[in-house]
Write a new protein. Structure first.
Length: 210
């Protein structure tokens, strides 16, 4: 299964979710994590990491517009491939979408941010003309506790059309995600039984049911 995290809007948590998803899946499966962002966010993250990566997890830098072609050989031997895309809609993003089975569109709990994804959704719909089996899901990320914003966001997503679904699992805005990233780790490594870890587990479990 190949999953890409796509949204032209920066600051929605694509890299954090890519890392957390890859780590969670690597507990039981072989995972390849692709850094398709020319800024090299995942490579920068790995540079500050002091511990070796889990044995089932590999990373590769592939910020080029031939991802869909090059992955045909590179994905062999892996159960999952996770692609972190740039914060802009480029030929790299288009190639990552074409390579994917599922496109995950992270969004923060603001209807305005959802409406700002129109260009992203247009690009996905364009890819679906050639890639009939491509599926797209929205992931509500950085939810604020004790607010109704996530419900408003889901209503806004549904207004975009019935060809996109919203994951039931939501990820709360927690400092542990940023703290972990600053030292080259993910939240699950710092607090294995914490609320953030459980949210990631539920998120990944739902995501991989498709």
């Amino acid at each position: 299964m190949i999953l890409s995290y796509v949204n032209q809007k920066g600051g929605v948590g694509k890299t954090t979710l890519s890392l957390c998803t890859a780590f969670e899946l690597s507990k039981k499966s072989k995972v390849l994590l692709i850094d398709a962002d020319p800024q090299g966010s995942i490579i920068a993250w790995s540079d500050v990491r002091e511990e070796p990566l889990p044995k089932n997890l590999s990373t590769a830098s592939m910020a080029k517009k031939t991802i869909h072609r090059d992955l045909k050989n590179l994905k062999r031997g892996y159960n999952y491939v996770i692609i972190d895309t740039p914060p802009r809609l480029t030929d790299i993003t288009r190639s990552a979408i074409m390579a994917s089975g599922i496109v995950v569109v992270p969004c923060t709990p603001s209807p305005y941010d959802v409406w700002a994804t129109k260009e992203t959704l247009d690009l996905i719909r364009e890819a679906q003309i050639y890639h009939k089996k491509l599926r797209t899901v929205f992931a509500v990320n950085r939810k604020i506790l004790n607010t109704v914003l996530s419900r408003e966001v889901k209503d806004a997503i549904r207004s975009l059309g019935d060809d996109f679904m919203v994951l039931k699992s939501e990820l709360t805005h927690r400092m542990i995600f940023a703290e972990a990233g600053n030292i080259g780790k993910v939240a699950q490594e710092i607090d294995k039984e914490g609320k953030a870890s459980k949210e990631i587990q539920n998120f990944v479990k739902e995501l991989t049911k498709f």
